[in-house]
Ligand binder design. Structure first.
Ligand SMILES: Cc1cc2nc3c(=O)[nH]c(=O)nc-3n(C[C@H](O)[C@H](O)[C@H](O)COP(=O)(O)OP(=O)(O)OC[C@H]3O[C@@H](n4cnc5c(N)ncnc54)[C@H](O)[C@@H]3O)c2cc1C
Length: 514
């Protein structure tokens, strides 16, 4: 596993995409890759021996570097030698929930901080190996908790261990005829425990729900013992404590098992492309679908910039599509992708009737489906080509969606000059929607780290004025400065009180969330 790239093999950008980038964005200089070294491990011999008595532990430099941070743009730069990665002093690999409980006891005893590490796909510094005030820090790699524990086909509930990855969950559930339907763009690497710890949202969230919507219960190892939260499909037995664990980002305990609602595998999934004229018309359309109960499982609206890029990257087909759209009188094309897996296509199509929507058909839908995981790979290629590329996300109410989109674009332009800022809605609700931004700008070779840090602060200030600091990437270390403003001092105190009760020694994931 490498932290510097999404996959071992490079996926080069096609020549037409490179030519378009050079023309529209301008390419920076390729970044020289500087070898990164791990500092010596600070794990004491006593701590190492006590941990090893429970499960395998490694202090190998390669193992530690492979778990030094997540996969944000700045993480990737650090692993190419620009900026300092926080490297854990050891990697601990439990094989069962009971071993996790034991490890936490040992870490309390030996003053060792613990960073739960699922797929390591955090883009907000959630898996930074920060030591806090402890003598050492270990990455708790949950890859060994990789089983489907049980399936209840009558209730349609399955129990999965925390380290199961997205593809493995689908493979194992598929053998029973079920799907979880949770497919974020990080699907290939991210884990069930990570989805739960960050309240993740998949691409078909309008149909299957966000991850917290599918969780029935969680099994959590805490430094004060094991805790199971959630007992029934619905309950009025006080506040929903499992919701306190969901989104706790490894600060309250280590999630070892998650019981989830599953659905029969879709028999005839269908994805189609449409185009509307202009962002406002598109946002109105998605709002109407959400408020009339007519959303497709996958409902995505790209703004003009994102649509332009999608068409530019599509190569030769783009010319034909553009010609057709001109013929249909579309001046500002905004691409809409709709996909039906469990919801009714007929309901959506009835709601579309009478609206000014151009149908591009199944080929465009299929093209989105085939490219749905390309983002991370293309990001590697873009970084190689001298581009600063990163994403931002938020959610807000419908009445503020367009204002927030403009505010983020303005903030980024003020910091970055003339970047391309693409935006899409990928998760829609009756009362509002998420906004997801992708930023492309030639990388500043003198100080590539500071270039993005400044832009991120400006964009986050704009986001937090008008929406939530995060819709699905979570808080981690990077969004922490904005959380208190969103939840207020009492909210912060509540989280701190829970943390103090469950983790009195403060070993779990220091420096994140609160
Ligand atoms: C290219 C890319 C695309 C992405 N797309 C999406 C997307 O579409 N939707 C989305 O929601 N997110 C997305 N993300 C963000 C990220 O993938 C999610 O936050 C994901 O849920 C993290 O899962 P993970 O297993 O990789 O967790 P990690 O990155 O390993 O950990 C994330 C946080 O959870 C904690 N944690 C992990 N496992 C446990 C556990 N078992 N118990 C307690 N705490 C734990 C960690 O300490 C950390 O704070 C994307 C990231 C990348 C790099």
């Amino acid at each position: 596993m490498t932290r510097a790239r999404w996959t071992a093999e490079t996926t080069p950008l096609p020549p037409h995409a490179l030519a378009w980038l050079r023309d529209r964005v301008g390419l920076g200089e390729p970044l020289p890759e500087v070898p990164v070294e791990a500092p010596d491990s600070a794990l004491s011999e006593d701590a190492f021996t006590a941990l090893e008595a429970v499960c395998p532990v490694s202090v190998d430099a390669g193992d530690r570097l492979a778990r030094a941070g997540g996969l944000s743009y700045l993480d990737l730069l650090r692993h190419r030698g620009h900026g300092e990665p926080a490297v854990p002093d050891g990697v601990v690999r439990p094989g069962s929930p009971d071993q996790v409980v034991e490890i936490l006891k040992v870490c309390v005893e030996h003053d060792v901080a613990v960073v739960p590490f699922g797929g390591g796909t955090s883009v907000v510094g959630g898996v930074e190996a920060l030591r806090g005030d402890k003598s050492a820090v270990v990455a708790l790699d949950l890859g060994g908790l990789s089983e489907l524990v049980s399936v209840d086909p009558v209730s349609r509930v399955a129990v999965l261990q925390a380290g199961v990855t997205g593809p493995e969950a689908e493979r194992m559930l598929g053998e029973h005829g079920f799907t979880l339907g949770h497919v974020p763009q990080s699907f290939e690497r991210a884990t069930i425990g990570g989805f739960a710890a960050t309240r993740s949202a998949g691409q078909a969230s309008s149909g299957y729900g966000r991850f917290e919507d599918v969780v029935e219960s969680v099994r959590v190892a805490t430094p004060v013992g094991e805790w199971v939260a959630g007992a029934a499909p619905a309950s009025a037995a006080g506040p929903d404590l499992k919701q306190l664990v969901l989104g706790s980002e490894g600060l309250f305990g280590v999630i070892t098992e998650v019981s989830v609602r599953v659905r029969p595998r879709p028999r005839d999934p269908r994805y189609e492309g449409f185009v509307v004229d202009g962002w406002e018309a598109g946002a109105d359309l998605v709002r109407a679908l959400a408020q009339d109960g007519a959303l497709a499982d996958v409902t995505r609206l790209s703004d003009v910039d994102e649509t332009e890029v999608a068409l530019a990257l599509a190569g030769s087909r783009a010319g034909v599509v553009k010609k057709y759209l001109r013929f249909r009188g579309v001046k500002n094309p905004c691409l809409v992708i709709l996909g039906w897996e469990c919801r009714s296509r007929a309901t959506t199509m009835r709601a579309l009737a009478g609206r000014k929507v151009v149908r591009l058909g199944g080929a465009m839908g299929k093209s989105w489906l085939h490219g749905r995981f390309n983002g991370p790979r293309q990001r590697d290629a873009l970084i190689d080509a001298g581009v600063c590329v990163e994403t931002l996300e938020t959610a807000t109410h419908w009445s503020r969606v367009s204002e927030l989109r403009e505010a983020v674009k303005t903030a980024l332009r003020a910091e970055l000059g003339d970047p391309i800022v693409m935006c899409h809605i990928s998760h829609a609700y009756e009362t509002g929607a998420s906004l997801y931004f992708t930023v492309l700008v030639p990388r500043d070779l003198d100080d590539p780290v500071r270039q993005w840090e400044r832009a991120k602060v400006a964009a986050s200030d704009a986001i937090s004025r008008l929406g939530t600091i995060t819709h699905h990437h979570a808080v981690g270390r990077d969004h922490r400065p904005w959380l208190a403003g969103e939840i207020g001092p009492i909210g912060t105190d509540v989280l701190r009180a829970v943390k103090d009760r469950l983790d009195p020694a403060g070993i779990l994931n220091p420096g994140k969330l609160i």
